[in-house]
Design a protein around this ligand. Structure first.
Ligand SMILES: CCCCCCCCCCCCCCCC(=O)SCCNC(=O)CCNC(=O)[C@H](O)C(C)(C)COP(=O)(O)OP(=O)(O)OC[C@H]1O[C@@H](n2cnc3c(N)ncnc32)[C@H](O)[C@@H]1OP(=O)(O)O
Ligand SMILES: Cc1cc2nc3c(=O)[nH]c(=O)nc-3n(C[C@H](O)[C@H](O)[C@H](O)COP(=O)(O)OP(=O)(O)OC[C@H]3O[C@@H](n4cnc5c(N)ncnc54)[C@H](O)[C@@H]3O)c2cc1C
Length: 638
C-alpha cells in the first residue's frame, strides 16, 4: 500500500522495544502461569493446533444470523470431536482443545456438568452404565435444574418425580408453567438426555429435590420423546456471544423413567417404595454446582487475562498527545491514570490464577474426604467456592468492561475482541449461582464461624494479611453485635463476605510466593503484582481499614505512594507479563491485542471486510436517501 511507513509493515514486531525492556525470564513465567511444564506443553501445543486449523476460524461470527451461527457451532463441535478422536487426544488435551476453540456450546454442559453430576451423585452401577455412553458422546447431556420460576431457590423447584411402585418407575411432571425447565445449556436443540432436578414424592410424602437421568430425544431421529416439549429460549445478550448456545425450555407431561435413573449415591428409593437417606449431608445433591464454581474461578483468570492482554498491548501501541518538538506522541501506557486502571487488573489476573489453583486443591481434598465420609470441611468448601466464584466473576466482568474503555473508541469495535468477550463472560455473575445469593451463603458461614470461634475468624493467615483479617472481623463484629436479624443486616453482611474472600485471595497469593519459583526475576515480578493487588484493594476500601484502626491515614497515604512506585516497576515488564499468558492471536481474537502490535493496517483492512462495504452505494439509497436529497418525498414502501 502506498505511503506505508516502516512502522506499519507486516512481519515487524512493533512491540519488540517493549519486550526488550523485560526484567524477568518470560518463558519461566509462562510455566508459572500454566501451572507446570507439562501443563504449559499441553496448552501451547493445543492452542497452536487450534489456531492453525481453518476449521476453527471464529472471525466471521459477528456476520452470521442466529441459525447460521448455531449451525456453525454444531459443525465446530463435531469437528473438534473428530479431531480429538483422530489425534487420540487425552482427556486433558481434549478439554484444552474445547477451551481454545472458544465457543460456548452444548459440549460445555455435557462435559462440564452432565458427566460430573453422574460421577458425583450416581452409584457405581449408574456410573458404569451411563459414563461410557457419555464419554463416547453416544448420548449428549445437559444439567436441567433451573426453572422459569426458580433458579436461586433450588428447594423451590416445582418439577415433580413421583414414584409408582406398581411399575417401579418415576413419573416426571411439570405441574405448572413456572415449573418449566428454563436456561439449561444444550437443552434447546441438542441434548438427548438431561440430569433433571425434581421434588421426589414417594408414597405421598415429599423428600426434597433430587437428580434424575431423563432421556429427552430419540437416538434414532432426534425427535422429542412422548411427553417431552423442548425448545430454545431465544436470543440472549449481545449478537454472537452466548447465542452459539441453545439454552432451552423443557416441559414434562407425565414422563415415565425406570427407578434406577434416580441418582442414588446420596439417597435411595427401594422397589418397595422406601426412601432411604444415607448418612451424608443432603447438600451433596448440590455437589455438581460446587465443582463448577471452582472451575469458574480458574476460568475468571483466563477471561480477565485475555482482556488485560488486549488492553496492555494496545496501550503500548497507542500514542496520544505529548509530542515534543515534532517527536512521537506519548504511549498511553505511560500515563499514570492508564496505569492505575490497568495494572490492578493485571495483578488481579495473576491473583485469580493462583486462587484458582488453590481452590482446585481444596475441592480435590474435600472430594477425597467425602469418600471417607468425612464432611468436616464441606461447609468451608461450600463457602469458599461460592464466595470466590462471586468475587472473581464480578471483578472479571467489571475488568473486561474497564479494558474496553482503556482502549478508547477502537475498544468498542467487534474486531477488538472485547465486546464479544464481555458479552460471553458477563452471565458468569449469574449462572452457577447469582453472585449476591452466593455471598449470602458466605455471610451465613461467617456468622456461624464467629458464633462458634468468638471474634477470631481464623489465625491461619500469613502475617501480611493482618489488616485484611482485622477488617473482616471488624465488619462482622459491627453486624453481629447488634440485635437485628440476618435479613435486616444482609446488605452489610455481604460486604463482610466480600472482605473475607479478598482476604483469602491475598493470603493465597502470599502463600504462593513462599513456594520455590524458578526463573530469573520471576518471583520478584509476582511480589510486585501481589503488593499491587493487596494495596489496590486497601486503597479502594480504605474506609473499612481506617475504621478498624489497624491502619492510620498516614499508612493509607503511604500505601498510595507505594502503589505508584509499584506501577512504575511493572511498566517496563507489562508486555512481557501479558506475553506470559501465551495466548495465540487466534484465541485472543483481537486486532488491538495482536502479538506484533501492528494494529492500524489490520483495523483498516478489517473494516472493508464488513458486508456493509460490499457496495459503495448502500442498499436502500434509491428508496430512502435519494428522495430525501432530491426532496421527492413519497410514501416509502414498507
Ligand atoms: C479453565 C476452565 C474452563 C472451564 C470453563 C468454566 C466455565 C463453565 C461454563 C459453564 C456454563 C454455564 C453453566 C451454568 C449452569 C448453571 O447455572 S446450573 C444451576 C446453578 N444454580 C445455582 O447455583 C443455584 C444456587 N442456589 C443454591 O445453590 C441453593 O439454593 C442455596 C442458595 C445454597 C440454598 O440452598 P438451600 O438448600 O435452600 O440451603 P440453605 O437453607 O441456604 O442452607 C442449608 C445448609 O446447607 C448448606 N449448603 C448449601 N449449599 C451447599 C453446598 N453446595 N455444599 C455444602 N453445603 C451447602 C448451607 O451452608 C447451610 O448450612 P448450615 O448453615 O445449615 O450449616
Ligand atoms: C447464560 C446462562 C446459562 C445458564 N445455564 C444453566 C444450566 O445449564 N443449567 C441450569 O440449571 N441453569 C442454568 N442457568 C440458570 C442460572 O443458574 C440461574 O439463572 C441462576 O442460578 C440465578 O437464578 P435466577 O435466575 O432464579 O435469579 P434470581 O434468584 O431470581 O435473582 C434475581 C435477583 O434476586 C436476588 N435474590 C434472589 N434470592 C435472594 C435472596 N434470598 N436474598 C437477596 N437477594 C436475592 C438476586 O441477587 C438477583 O438480584 C443459566 C443462566 C444463564 C444466564
Amino acid at each position: 500500500m502506498e505511503g506505508v511507513g516502516e512502522e506499519e509493515m507486516e512481519g515487524v514486531d512493533h512491540l519488540a522495544h517493549e519486550r526488550n525492556k523485560s526484567e524477568f525470564d518470560v518463558d519461566a513465567m509462562k510455566i508459572v502461569w500454566a501451572g507446570s511444564p507439562h501443563a504449559f506443553d499441553v496448552s501451547d501445543r493445543i492452542s497452536k493446533l487450534v489456531a492453525s486449523d481453518p476449521g476453527f476460524r471464529k472471525d466471521n461470527r459477528s456476520t452470521l444470523s442466529r441459525k447460521e451461527l448455531f449451525k456453525n457451532t454444531l459443525r465446530k463441535a463435531a469437528y473438534a470431536w473428530k479431531t480429538i478422536v483422530d489425534l487420540r487426544l487425552s482427556e486433558e488435551e481434549a478439554a484444552k482443545l474445547r477451551f481454545y476453540v472458544d465457543e460456548p456450546a452444548f459440549t460445555d454442559l455435557h462435559w462440564g456438568m452432565f458427566i460430573p453430576a453422574i460421577k458425583g451423585q450416581g452409584t457405581e452401577e449408574q456410573q458404569q452404565k451411563w459414563l461410557p455412553l457419555a464419554y463416547k458422546m453416544q448420548i449428549i447431556g445437559c444439567y436441567a435444574q433451573t426453572e422459569l420460576g426458580h433458579g436461586s431457590n433450588v428447594q423451590g423447584l416445582e418439577t415433580t418425580a413421583t414414584f409408582d411402585s406398581q411399575t417401579d418407575e418415576f413419573i416426571i411432571h411439570s405441574p405448572t408453567l413456572t415449573s418449566s425447565k428454563w436456561w439449561p445449556g444444550g437443552l434447546g436443540k441438542v441434548a438427548t438426555h438431561a440430569i433433571a432436578y425434581a421434588r421426589l414424592i414417594v408414597g405421598g410424602r415429599e423428600h426434597g429435590v433430587h437428580g434424575f437421568i431423563v432421556q429427552l430425544r430419540s437416538l434414532e431421529d432426534h425427535s422429542p420423546l412422548l411427553g417431552i416439549t423442548v425448545g430454545d429460549i431465544g436470543m440472549k445478550f449481545g449478537n454472537g456471544a452466548y447465542n452459539t448456545m441453545d439454552n432451552g425450555v423443557l416441559q414434562f407431561d407425565h414422563v415415565r423413567i425406570p427407578r434406577n435413573q434416580m441418582l442414588m449415591r446420596v439417597s435411595q428409593v427401594t422397589c418397595e417404595g422406601k426412601y432411604k437417606q444415607s448418612d451424608v449431608p443432603r447438600q451433596l445433591v448440590y455437589g455438581t454446582m460446587v465443582y463448577v464454581r471452582q472451575t469458574i474461578v480458574a476460568d475468571a483468570s483466563c477471561a480477565l487475562s485475555r482482556a488485560v492482554c488486549i488492553a496492555t498491548r494496545y496501550s503500548a501501541v497507542r500514542r496520544q498527545f505529548g509530542s515534543q518538538n515534532g517527536g512521537p506522541e506519548t504511549q498511553v501506557i505511560d500515563y499514570k491514570t492508564q496505569q492505575s486502571r490497568l495494572f490492578p487488573l493485571l495483578a488481579s489476573a495473576y491473583a485469580f490464577r493462583f486462587i484458582g489453583e488453590w481452590l482446585k486443591w481444596l475441592y480435590a481434598d474435600v472430594t477425597q474426604r467425602l469418600q471417607a465420609n468425612d464432611f468436616s470441611t464441606l461447609p468451608e468448601a461450600h463457602a469458599c467456592t461460592a464466595g470466590l466464584k462471586s468475587l472473581t466473576t464480578t471483578a472479571t466482568a467489571d475488568g473486561i468492561e474497564e479494558c474496553r474503555k482503556l482502549c478508547g473508541g477502537h475498544g468498542y469495535l467487534c474486531s477488538s475482541g472485547l465486546p464479544e468477550l464481555f458479552a460471553v463472560y458477563v452471565p458468569a455473575c449469574t449462572y452457577e449461582g447469582d453472585n449476591t445469593v452466593l455471598l449470602l451463603q458466605v455471610a451465613r458461614f461467617l456468622m456461624k464461624t464467629v458464633s462458634q470461634l468468638g471474634s477470631r475468624l481464623s489465625s491461619k493467615k500469613p502475617v501480611g494479611t493482618i489488616a485484611y483479617m482485622t477488617r473482616v472481623e471488624h465488619l462482622m463484629q459491627c453486624r453481629c453485635g447488634v440485635q437485628r436479624g440476618f435479613a435486616e443486616l444482609s446488605a452489610d453482611l455481604v460486604e463482610a463476605a466480600v472482605a473475607h474472600c479478598q482476604l483469602i485471595v491475598v493470603s493465597k497469593f502470599i502463600e504462593k510466593l513462599q513456594q520455590e519459583i524458578p526463573g530469573k526475576g520471576v518471583k520478584q515480578q509476582l511480589e510486585v503484582l501481589c503488593n499491587i493487588y493487596a494495596l489496590f484493594l486497601l486503597h479502594k476500601h480504605q474506609g473499612d481499614f481506617l475504621s478498624t484502626g489497624c491502619i492510620t491515614p498516614k499508612h493509607a497515604a503511604l500505601a498510595n505512594d507505594e502503589l505508584r512506585s509499584l506501577y512504575s516497576q511493572v511498566r517496563p515488564n507489562a508486555i512481557a507479563l501479558v506475553d506470559a499468558f501465551n495466548y495465540t492471536d487466534h484465541y485472543l481474537g483481537s486486532i488491538l491485542g495482536c502479538y506484533d502490535g501492528n494494529v492500524y493496517p489490520k483495523l483498516y483492512e478489517a473494516a472493508w471486510k464488513d458486508p456493509l462495504n460490499e457496495s459503495v452505494v448502500p442498499d436502500g439509497y434509491h428508496l430512502y436517501i435519494r428522495p430525501l436529497l432530491k426532496q421527492e418525498i413519497r410514501t416509502a414502501r414498507l
